[in-house]
Design a protein around this ligand. Sequence first.
Ligand SMILES: [Ca+2]
Ligand SMILES: [Ca+2]
Ligand SMILES: [Ca+2]
Ligand SMILES: [Ca+2]
Length: 445
Amino acid sequence: MIKGKMINKKIISILLCSCLLFTLATVTTVSAAAPDKPDRPTGPNDGQPDTPLQFETSTMDDDHDPIYYKWRIRRTIPGDSFVWETDWMGPYNYPDYTCVWTYTFEDHGRYTLYAQAIDDPNGDGDVSDGTESAWSPNKNLWISELPLPPTIEGPAQGVPWELITFTFTPNDDTWLQQLQVDWGLGDFDEDYWSYNEIYDNGPIQKSYMYLEEGEFTIRARTREVWYTGMGHTPYFISDWAYFTIEIMERPPETPELDGPTFTFAGQPVTFSAVSEDMDDSNIQYMFDWGNGEDSYWIPKDGVPAGETCEASYTYDTAGTYNVRVKAKDDAGESDWSEPIELTVHSLRLMGIGGGFNPSFTIQNSGPVSKDVEWSVEFIGGIPGFHLNKQFEGSLESVKPDTTATVELPMVFGLGDFDMAITLDIAGEEPYTQTYDVFILFFYMR
Ligand SMILES: [Ca+2]
Ligand SMILES: [Ca+2]
Ligand SMILES: [Ca+2]
Ligand SMILES: [Ca+2]
């Protein structure tokens, strides 16, 4: 029995000791209360790279220990690639646990900020005996350079009804951009940004058509846009960039002239002209025949830009003439084209005759009688088979509207020849015309 009582006493004392230890342990635990979760950090919602920003948080520690804070930064856009934490900073002492922290972001992006607290129960500046709080709720902020006005490129001049293309290049670091363009008509809504039109950062092309003449000042600005995963968030707006364009009807371009360089008096010649026009007006042409006469403006209603206009003219008098053309529309006249130098002869070679006695025929299509010296040369043939290859002579007073035929002596040769006939007409530049002939000994065809 005694033994049993002693055993009971021992058990009771052990139990008592245990209770006491447990109570002591419990008291120790209470005295080491962790700091509260810090408040959501406050501070700016956006900022620029390389510019210090200031943030603030606070907490409470029930047993009023000195507090240390740690800050965590995470870049969420672009990517979730950047996480960085400070060391423990402190102490912050009861009753004011407010922590003000300054940080300079280097890169643009969207960042999330958190703070965490730890206490230092024995106040020795070493937090290895402290207890960490939970992380604070997060604060989001944007870091981005302020956009500069965009660069505007385009023509300095245009014409009504022309679709004119301009290039707007944002000057900003942000990936997505919106563009606002005021075409200078005075009806622009500065508050309107189309949310559908978001561009990758880079040149943006926009076309516009002015319907009236005038000088217009185009304004453009960009707004950076962030994609958050839930939608697009517009941010900083640039100042305006300006660009001036003059819209005016314009005369047609200087026309291209096409036509012969050689003709005969009394023989109609046809020249053609074509011009382009920026505003696609109908175009009239005036041909200057180089002898004091011109076609005046033809045709009456003009022809569309890019279409050819033809004009014919008959010279009475042999000579050399500079033919040229100009174009006009409602907006005015072009310059004169490059001239074509046209030589007009009074005597025309009508053709040649073959057989045993080759011949050629001349016609005077001009208004006056003409003397002419002629020469004929046969060039080519099989070597050794061309004798009598050159002939010459003259004709006097070939009358207007008459023909004259010159018969040559018999020609000896074999093969293909060029029969070159040169007419040296009194008062005119000589000219040569060449015919392909075939000679079989004494017979030409
Ligand atoms: Ca504490
Ligand atoms: Ca300590
Ligand atoms: Ca930016
Ligand atoms: Ca025009």
